[in-house]
Design a protein around this ligand. Structure first.
Ligand code: SF4
Length: 180
C-alpha cells in the first residue's frame, strides 16, 4: 500500500494553497487531520484493541536509546520508565493491541499494514506524515487516527502523553463524547 496519486496531489494542493495564501503548511495540514480524525473517531472506538495497531516514530525514543532494529522497526528494551515510547508501547500491549511498532521511517508502513491487516491504526507523527498516512489508510477503509507531535524533528521529539494514552484507550462508550 503506497500513497496514491490522489493522496500525493492532495498534499501538493495544500502546499500550493499555503504558498498562495501565506498560511503555514502545518496549519493547513492540521485542519485536514482534524477533519479526518473527527470522521474516524467513532469507527476507531468501536474496533477491538486486538484489531488495532499503534505506530510510533523512532524520534520519540530517548536520545541514548539502545533498542536494536529488525524488519519490524526498533525493539524497545524498556530501559527507561520515563521514555514516552516505552509508556505508549506498554499501554498498547497491556490493552491487547495487535501490534505496536517503532518506525525508523514511513516506508515500513505499507509492509506492516499488509502483514497485520489491522482494522484501525493510531499513528504518532508530524503533520505531513500524519496527513499522508490518514489519507492513504482512508482509501483502504482502515479507521486511522493521527496524534501529532508537540515538538517534531529528527530526534528528541515529544507528544502530549495524556492525550495519546486517551486515544489509544478509546472505546465505544467514550467515542461519541470525547472531544475531537
Ligand atoms: S525505553 Fe525503549 S525506546 Fe525508550 S530509550 Fe529505552 S529501549 Fe529505547
Amino acid at each position: 500500500m503506497s500513497a496514491s496519486s490522489s493522496v500525493v496531489e492532495t498534499l501538493a494542493r495544500i502546499k500550493r494553497e499555503a504558498e498562495e495564501t501565506g498560511r503555514s503548511e502545518k496549519e493547513l495540514f492540521r485542519v485536514h487531520i482534524h477533519k479526518l480524525n473527527s470522521k474516524n473517531r467513532n469507527a476507531l472506538a468501536a474496533i477491538p484493541f486486538s484489531k488495532r495497531i499503534l505506530l510510533l516514530p523512532q524520534c520519540l525514543r530517548n536520545p541514548d536509546c539502545p533498542a536494536p532494529q529488525n524488519e519490524e522497526g526498533y525493539i524497545c528494551q524498556q530501559c527507561s520508565p520515563d521514555c514516552q515510547v516505552n509508556i505508549l508501547s506498554q499501554k498498547a500491549h497491556t490493552l491487547g493491541y495487535k501490534g505496536c511498532y517503532i518506525l525508523p521511517g514511513g516506508s515500513m508502513i505499507p509492509r506492516l499494514i499488509a502483514a497485520t491487516k489491522p482494522q484501525a491504526v493510531i499513528g504518532i507523527s508530524c503533520e505531513e506524515e500524519a496527513l499522508l498516512g490518514l489519507l492513504t489508510l482512508d482509501k483502504h477503509g482502515i479507521a486511522a487516527y493521527g496524534v501529532l507531535l508537540l515538538r517534531d524533528g529528527c530526534m528528541n521529539t515529544a507528544v502530549d502523553l495524556d492525550y495519546a494514552l486517551t486515544i489509544i484507550s478509546l472505546t465505544k462508550s467514550e467515542g461519541t463524547t470525547f472531544p475531537p
